[in-house]
Design a protein around this ligand. Sequence first.
Ligand code: C5P
Length: 427
Amino acid sequence: MASKRVLLIIGGGIAAYKCLELARRLGERGIGVRAVMTKAAQAFITPLSVGAITRERVFTDLFSLEEERDIGHIRLSREADLVVVAPATADLLAKMAGGHADDLASAVLLATDKPVLAAPAMNPRMWQHPATRRNVSQLKADGVHFVGPNVGEMAEPDEAGPGRMAEPLEIAAEIEELLEGRRSHPLRRRADPVRRADRSEFGQRRPLEGRHVLVTSGPTYEPIDPVRYIANRSSGRQGHAIAAAAARAGARVTLVSGPVALPQPAGVTVLKVETANEMLAAALGALPADIAICAAAVADWRVAQAATAKIKKAGSGAPKLTLVENPDILKRLAAGGKDRPVLVIGFAAETENVVQQAKRKLKAKGCDWIVANDVSAASGVMGGERNQVHLVTPQGVESWPEMDKSAVAERLIARAAERLAQRAADA
Ligand code: C5P
């Protein structure tokens, strides 16, 4: 990625400060950054601080003789591999959708022949306004890529909803994906057959360095007798991808896995189990952990008394199986006590009312986040390579586009790393 370059257009919003972090993250990944700042952006951060991080001249003025002679807005727009707009304010999106060119940022965006990624940030009402909706649809139809906005608290008190700019690590992951040509036109993405390679998404700096991440994955097998068992269709793909992503992010990872037909992810300690009780014991034994992610499809019930010898077909008909409830590992980890991980994340695989069920589950399980997905037969998620999930937190619901399970994993780990960093900063 060493030779790749990004033109970062910084818009005028409070989230502009996150661009300093974004520029730093891109620098760590060996991606060159040249910045353009709108006039409004300079009310939030200075060209001096941006230039100090990008180690390049920062461009601000369309009508500067000096800047035009030096490089010119056309060259500026062409010399990058990717143009990133962050924060993409409502005004900047409107200008882009309308094809305006009355300042350097909009002129560059109109002149560029390179892919464009926008990271919107604005008040939730502005994001939901029909004008912004129209502009975003138009831009998507024009081929502009989007990352975020996320749901959450705004800078203004009592304003929450969709509008927070995506976190720098999330934007950096999208940028890497685009620079590697792994993203197609945003409206054709579902048909994109290209799979993400197994690579380090987190560049040289590993945001979970020094952290311990516990992941449960796969189904459980609950014996009926020595040859028969109760199980489910979970392949373990999503949980294993999460463990792999956490390891790439620098964490020490313990993966407690039910029976799966998958290779062990690199750099991960795998504890193989069969039953829910074994999974619980292994998970508790692995504590303390900073993050616990329960992606296993644990069987809800087990046979009260598994037979020690094979149950014979008798003339008297089918045997009666008495089922008892299995322990809820997620609930147990979330209840915690002193060993409770800082962040406990569960999954909710549902076939209907996905988000509603997930919200209920968030409360019932006492966990911090729920990743909800539709596992109806039509979705093809069970055992498949791709997933479309909703991240349900006490702050709201984020619906992520359909992507590979490895991309879901990486995004989830990036979010979890940000959350941990936030918690550490608040403490
Ligand atoms: O209750 P339900 O099975 O739908 O909840 C799903 C979430 O709870 C998943 O994160 C799953 O890993 C976890 N779970 C668990 N132990 C159970 C049942 C579910 O950890 N016995």
